[in-house]
Ligand binder design. Structure first.
Ligand code: PHE
Length: 341
């Protein structure tokens, strides 16, 4: 029995030497240290041996078992080390190389401009209201006091859709009707920003898409003075205390009286330059007192309520502030332009 055990040990250690991979190592473990291995059978048979033989054989069996286990774990470590070394050599990874920097996004100049404008109006108590970019003829024109064939429709070059009577909005003014119909007879102080579309011959000043911001206040005793005060205050909040504003009489079918308002040229401080065509003033937008018919269409009794409205081009403000000479830069997606803001 003792010599059997020595033989087992010898055979096992010899077999172990030639093992080169994890699979044969596992096969070795099952063959020499597993439940039905010859070594384990010796342990099973200990009980059947003569009393005096048992201690010596038991001791030797344990020695062999410990020796095999030790050799097994040494071999296992060696194999793992070798595998690690191999993968380090073949799958080289240089962790000292600098990483690739992801380009960071930024706000579009139109958004920067819009946010500044919204902040100025929000500070004066105006709330942002969203209205659709696709409207019916009725909202775009009819309810704004321009029945079909009204000549004033020529002021807005419109994109019609294949659906009759449906067009992209050429201005944010139809939003006036939406807000009024939602809030009548409550007082309103709202701004409506958003994209507008016009069928235009594109040039440095005109694009087929652009952002507008509608300003609307409806309530009791709202006067032209409130309109002028609000527009002038807006100019000061955006461009500083010293900026001057002026109003020129104009015509819109949905306001009466109507005006266009100018800000003192920001580039020459009113002295006259190429941007303001030597007038010292820059045209910002249209405005006026909401027409009684429009108030009525919105659900307000014009005998009791009055209101003012104004519209401004938000890209325009950005152009003035940064001396951008061509509106086409805004939507042409040229990073050399966009990255300057
Ligand atoms: N909607 C007009 C335009 O696009 C501007 C405007 C708004 C005029 C509100 C008066 C009142 O030209």
């Amino acid at each position: 029995m003792l010599s059997d055990l020595d033989q087992i040990r010898q055979k096992a250690l010899h077999a172990l030497e030639s093992i080169q991979d994890e699979t044969s190592l596992e096969a070795f473990r099952i063959a020499y240290l597993g439940r039905s291995s010859p070594l384990m059978q010796v342990f099973d048979q200990l009980g059947k041996l003569a009393r005096e033989e048992r201690p010596a054989i038991g001791r030797r069996a344990n020695e062999v078992k410990q020796a095999l286990e030790a050799a097994f774990s040494t071999r296992s470590d060696t194999l793992r080390q070798a595998a690690l070394l191999r993968s380090l050599q073949t799958e080289r990874l240089d962790v000292t190389l600098p990483g690739r920097v992801l380009p960071l996004g930024r706000l579009h100049p139109a958004t920067i401009s819009l946010r500044a404008i919204v902040r100025a109006f929000a500070d004066m108590g105006f709330q942002v209201y969203r209205s659709p970019e696709v409207e019916t003829d009725e909202y775009n024109f009819g309810l704004l006091n321009m029945p079909p064939d009204h000549p004033a429709r020529d002021m807005w070059d419109t994109f019609y859709t294949s659906m009759p009577e449906v067009s992209l909005r050429p201005h944010t003014s139809p939003g006036q009707i939406h807000v009024m119909r939602q809030y009548a007879p409550e007082p309103i102080r709202a701004i409506l920003p958003g994209m507008c579309y016009r069928y235009e011959q594109i040039n440095a000043r005109k694009e087929t898409q652009f952002n507008q911001l509608e300003v609307l206040a409806v309530g009791k005793n709202i006067t032209l003075g409130d309109l002028k005060g609000t527009v002038s205050d807006f100019a000061r909040r955006l461009f500083g205390q010293n900026i001057r504003t002026r109003f020129r009489a104009s015509y819109f079918p949905f306001t009466e009286p109507s005006a266009e308002y100018d800000f003192e040229c920001l580039l020459c401080n009113g002295k006259g330059c190429t941007v303001c065509a030597w007038t010292g003033w820059l045209e910002i937008g249209g405005c006026g007192m909401v027409h009684p018919i429009v108030l009525q269409n919105g659900g307000y009794d014009p005998a009791k309520f009055s209101g003012f409205a104004a519209g401004l081009g938000t890209e325009r403000i950005m152009m003035l502030k940064h001396r951008i000479e061509d509106i086409r830069y805004f939507w042409s997606n040229d990073l050399r332009f966009l990255e300057q803001f």
